[in-house]
Ligand binder design. Sequence first.
Ligand code: KG4
Ligand code: ZN
Length: 341
Amino acid sequence: MKILAIETSCDETACSVVENGTKVLTNTIASQVDIHAKTGGVVPEVAAREHVLKMLPVLDQCLEDCACNWDDIDALAITKGPGLVSSLIIGTETASVISYVKNKPLIPVQHIVGHLYSNWLGIEDEIQFPVLILTVSGGHNELVLMRDHFDFEVLGETRDDASGEAFDKVARMLGLGYPGGPAISKLAESGDKTRFPLPRVMLEKDSLDFSFSGLKTAVLTLIKKNEGNIDEQFKADMAASFQEAVIEVLGDKLFRAFKKYPEIKELHLAGGVSANTRLREYIKENLPEGAVFRHPQSIRYCTDNAAMIACAAYFQYQKDPSKYKAKTNVIPSTSFSISSS
Ligand code: KG4
Ligand code: ZN
């Protein structure tokens, strides 16, 4: 079964065709990073206007890249939220119209569920349940126990900022570019991660929740204290110290959850922050004996993409195919229930 997915929840216009949930035939993404770098973050109206311009060219490119035509596509999938409403609507309305005109079933997928499925992309072996997934992004930060397909339990989540958001904000404080995660991780390579002893907030003894706002404040306090003396080495050492503080908390919470649920067979990392090589390294270095660890096979499956939406849609469809039909009308605003959170 070939599913064509569209994802426009934030600042990437993305389309992908995935066969039977795991075989990625194409993963086409038009990034808006250069536009949002000028403003140091995503301006929703600007992102939405870019989606309008890019949506149809990206769709055409996607079909061309996998040498498919509409007759080859069995169903459509679309990110229904959470995300920026003005961005989501471009994707959902496009998918609705195609579903109606081409008479294809339409599968709405929750964005975070898409990230949870990113480790299925490109694999040839079988993932063994139960799986514990640490999904870490700019917009969310969760530990999820997945006992089977579409059987999720959220074990922990952030009480304030998501880790990706903390990366972005600290990068801004240090005058680095947008997005902050890649900028901090690059600069951290030349920094001393032990120079600034920043807090590792583990919360209560048994808690699987996260909190990163105190760490952010600690970085800001040190920056203010050193005003006038901030050179390149200070920035690199701060990037490395901050990164290590985030990573230790993320990794140790993953291990804490694994200890609590000994039936877990695999540990997965997902979301934009899972692209961080030091995070992957830390988890591998401290991995409990016998644990299977996976992260997305490509960096392009970590950050927002449509392949993960097509993958999740495939398993969602398998649960009950009768639930998904082609659209019979395309009246805007009644055709979808979009959620921003
Ligand atoms: O999953 P994603 O593309 O969008 C959301 O759903 O939020 O994640 C984007 C986030 C940003 O906060 C970005 O700074 C972070 O992922 N990120 C990273 C790295 N690459 C992207 N954080 C740390 N290290 C990276 N290499
Ligand atoms: Zn995302």
